[in-house]
Each structure stands twice: as structure tokens, then as C-alpha cells.
Design a protein around this ligand. Structure first.
Ligand code: GLU
Ligand code: MG
Length: 458
């Protein structure tokens, strides 16, 4: 970050101040997501935006090792309280928040005081990986589906705040004002809402948003979840994105849809491979599929994630792929007849919303590119629920169950030197330290205790 860059940041921010003031903005929050998936903030008065855009706002290095419950999973060498970073708001994405009147939001990147990027900043990491993809003439488009539940009142117990059957009109009618406010607030925040529906589990709802470039998609996930939480607050509801809010029943997923593009063409369609995949897209997907066990340590980052990851819950717990197969970890979506060219994509179902979305997409880009480099090919697609196949058939078709615990996923992550190197050894070490600390923390908890302890953290 040199003087010219700081100057242009300050100029760009200065041009926004009056517009934001006219829209009633008094304060700005800038956010980053930590390695436990918590969105952390620093806020400042609107008048400080030009200064903060060029010099940042201070934040401790210790956040790299924060658990979701704010315990710091230290290295044991006592360095956590020492050191400071600057969160540099990316004002290109500043947006007034109708859901939090008087506030605007902007995602931040973390830099060192020297002006160099902080090696553990997940947003800058994702940007680096996207640039690496661009050097190959490729780009990715992605989006996160958001599932959540609303609970009545301030208590810690989960009391579904909306009644009626899954996907049922009655549920929408039951909280029509809330549902409308969510959609409207998202639209006002610039989120391209594709659709909204009452989901399967008690008190559960879902929003899908349009695909974007990876950094934008991760930013949108942060913005959309903050907006949904704020609207819930206005209606007296608690909001949970936890993968297991209550032990019985299905959980909240954080499915990622992605497609690979070259020169304006979607490589997931019109190709010579199965269902129109191009060989390049096939290799990219094969790279992701082969690394899902290790990627779960990023995309299903908490012990509670594994309470959701059970067969027959549409969570995709088998490492396989198939067209519109909701029990496959990788569900191929070809799009309707006529829309394939732009609509074809794959959905990674096994991840949840406790994950840092920047890290998730960084891991997926890395795995996809590794698949290209290694010229991997996809195994045969699976067109049934793998849980309906016997053990022998699963083995003969090469369909593996994904890790059933965070410990198992972490072992795969630790064994994947190339993935850890791509993230940076420092970031990988933080992820390992936090996950090991989380595993230890909940080692003796029952499923009910684990779900209750993590229900309101994210
Ligand atoms: N709630 C399910 C999950 O845990 C997903 C349901 C769906 O396919 O939308 O991932
Ligand atoms: Mg859903």
C-alpha cells in the first residue's frame, strides 16, 4: 500500500461522504470474518471515512486465533496480545443499511502496519486466488444459499417464531411482514435476491441470491446475513444460522453454487463431457470433489457442523456428484432446457454458514485449479441416494462418506500440504489451532449441549 494508493482510497471515500450523509448515514461499520466464521466489526463516524479508507482502523492480530465463543486458541508462546493490523475498508462496496438505520457497511481487508497485506486476511487471500485463476484466462462465479431459523423472544431456547409446514404458504402468511421486510431490506442493500421460501425444518427460511465474482459473493453472504439478523431483531426474533439449532430434524446449510467461465462462456455447459461439462470444468470439479474431506475443515468448521452432516438430510454427505442429486456432496445443476448456457453450475452441499465465506471460496478455487493442473476427471455420476446403496456397491463405485467429525476433517486438512501452503502456513496453523481447541472444548458435550452452546454464536 503506497502513498498513491492511499491517496486514491481517500479520494474515492471523500466522494462518497456527502451521498451517504444525504441518505441519513451517520456511522460506518467495516467488517472482516475470522477463522471461526464470526463477522467482526470496527465502526467509526461517517466523517472519518476518507481517513479510515486510506489508513485503516486498528485491530489486534489475535483475531486470527479467536474461537467463535471469543476464547483465543493461543500458540502457547504468549504472542497473542502483541501486534496490530489495520482494517482497510473497501469503499467500492459501501452500502447504507436500511435494516440498521443510520449505518453504512463496507467489507474490510486486513493489512499490516507496514502497508503490506496481512498474510492471514482471508479476503485478500481469495483475491489472490481469483487473480491466479484470471492468469489462466478463467473466472469463477459463485453464490451462497442462506438458510436460517427465527426464534421467538430473547431466550436461549429455540422457540420457532414462524409456524406452518416446510415450503408452506401458511408459514409465509404466519410471518408475512417479517418475510417481506427481509426481502425488501436485502434488495435495498443491493443484494440480488433470486428467491425466498419457507424451508423444511421448524422455523426455517431460505434466501437464494444471484451469482457474482467470488469476493463479491463472499461479501454478499456477510451483508445478507447481517441484514437478516437485523430485520429479525426489529421483529423481536433471534436468528440462528447454526447447522444444528435443534438436534432432531434437518439443519441449516450454506450450499455454494459455482461455475467456471472463460471469455464470457460458461464452461459447465455446451462441452463434450457428461451433461455438457467441458473437460476443463470437469477437471475443476474433480479437483474439488477429491479434496472435499480436507475442505470440510474450512467449510464445516465446528464440531456442531457434523451433527448436520448425516445421510438423508439433503446435506450431501457422500463424496460423489450427480445431476440434481440432493444427497451428493456435489449436485450438478444443468439448468432448464434453453437456460443451460448461463445457468449450469455445481452446488457444494456439505458446507454450512459457520464457515468463513472467503476461506470457503479460496479453498474451492485452489482445489479446482489443482484439478486442472492434475488433469483430473470426474468419476461416474450417481443418480440415487447413496444411502440406499449397500457397502459393497459404495466401494465398487468409489463413493466415500465424508468425514463424520471435525477431527476427521482436520486430519485430512493436516495431511493436505498443498492446500495448507496455498492458504499460507500461518493461516493454516491458526485454523488447526482453533479447530483443535474447539474439538477439545466440546469433547464431553452431548449433542444437545453442543447444539445449545453454539446456537447463537454466529
Ligand atoms: N437444509 C438442508 C441442509 O442442511 C438443505 C435443504 C436443501 O436442499 O435446500 O443442507
Ligand atoms: Mg434449502
Amino acid at each position: 500500500m503506497d502513498a498513491a494508493e492511499r491517496f486514491s482510497r481517500s479520494q474515492a471515500a471523500g466522494e462518497l461522504v456527502d451521498q451517504l450523509a444525504e441518505r441519513g448515514v451517520a456511522g460506518v461499520v467495516t467488517t472482516f470474518v475470522d477463522n471461526s466464521g464470526i463477522t467482526r466489526v470496527k465502526a467509526f463516524p461517517l466523517s472519518k471515512l476518507p481517513q479510515v479508507a486510506s489508513w485503516g482502523v486498528g485491530v489486534s492480530t489475535s483475531f486470527d486465533r479467536f474461537r467463535a465463543d471469543d476464547f483465543i486458541a493461543g500458540s502457547g508462546h504468549g504472542e497473542e496480545p502483541v501486534g496490530d493490523l489495520r482494517i482497510m475498508p473497501d469503499v467500492r462496496r459501501v452500502v447504507p443499511l436500511g435494516s440498521l438505520p443510520g449505518w453504512a457497511w463496507t467489507p474490510g481487508d486486513r493489512y499490516r502496519q507496514s502497508g503490506n497485506p496481512h498474510v492471514q486476511c482471508s479476503r485478500l487471500l481469495l483475491r489472490r486466488l481469483v487473480d491466479m485463476l484470471a492468469e489462466r484466462g478463467l473466472s469463477m462465479r459463485a453464490t451462497f444459499e442462506i438458510e436460517w431459523v427465527i426464534s421467538q423472544g430473547p431466550g436461549d431456547d429455540f422457540v420457532p417464531a414462524v409456524q406452518g409446514p416446510g415450503y408452506g404458504m401458511a408459514r409465509l402468511i404466519d410471518q408475512a411482514d417479517y418475510c417481506r421486510d427481509v426481502v425488501q431490506a436485502l434488495r435495498e442493500a443491493g443484494v440480488d435476491v433470486d428467491q425466498f421460501h419457507p424451508e423444511y425444518a421448524a422455523g426455517q427460511l431460505e434466501v437464494s441470491v444471484g451469482a457474482e465474482s467470488p469476493v463479491d459473493a463472499a461479501d454478499t453472504s456477510v451483508l445478507a446475513r447481517s441484514t437478516i439478523r437485523a430485520i429479525g431483531h426489529q421483529h423481536g426474533f433471534r436468528t440462528s444460522f447454526s447447522p444444528k439449532v435443534a438436534v432432531p430434524g434437518v439443519g441449516n446449510g450454506g450450499h455454494v453454487h459455482l461455475s467456471l467461465w472463460r471469455e464470457g462462456a460458461n464452461l459447465m455447459s455446451g462441452g463434450s463431457g457428461p451433461f455438457g461439462l467441458t473437460p476443463e470444468a470437469g477437471a475443476f470439479c474433480a479437483g474439488i470433489l477429491s479434496r472435499l474431506p480436507a475442505l470440510l475443515a474450512i467449510g464445516a468448521p465446528s464440531p456442531v457442523s457434523y451433527l448436520r452432516l448425516v445421510p438423508s438430510h439433503w446435506a450431501g454427505v457422500y463424496a460423489c456428484w450427480g445431476v440434481e442429486n440432493r444427497e451428493a456432496a456435489m449436485r450438478m445443476v444443468t439448468g432448464s432446457m434453453g437456460s443451460q448456457l448461463w445457468a449450469a453450475n455445481v452446488e457444494i452441499k456439505c458446507f454450512d454458514l459457520l464457515a468463513n465465506p472467503y476461506l470457503v471460496l479460496a479453498g474451492l478455487v485452489f482445489a479446482g485449479v489443482a484439478g486442472l493442473d492434475d488433469e483430473l476427471t470426474l468419476p461416474d455420476p450417481v443418480d440415487v441416494d447413496p444411502a440406499a446403496l449397500d457397502a459393497e456397491t459404495l466401494v465398487s463405485r468409489g463413493i466415500r462418506r465424508l468425514p463424520t467429525s471435525l477431527g476427521e476433517a482436520l486430519a485430512a486438512f493436516k495431511a493436505d500440504d498443498a492446500l495448507r501452503e496455498a492458504l499460507s502456513p500461518e493461516l493454516a496453523a491458526s485454523i488447526v489451532a482453533i479447530r483443535e481447541s474447539d474439538i477439545e472444548q466440546y469433547a464431553d458435550s452431548s449433542d444437545e449441549e453442543l447444539a445449545a452452546a453454539t446456537r447463537w454464536l454466529h
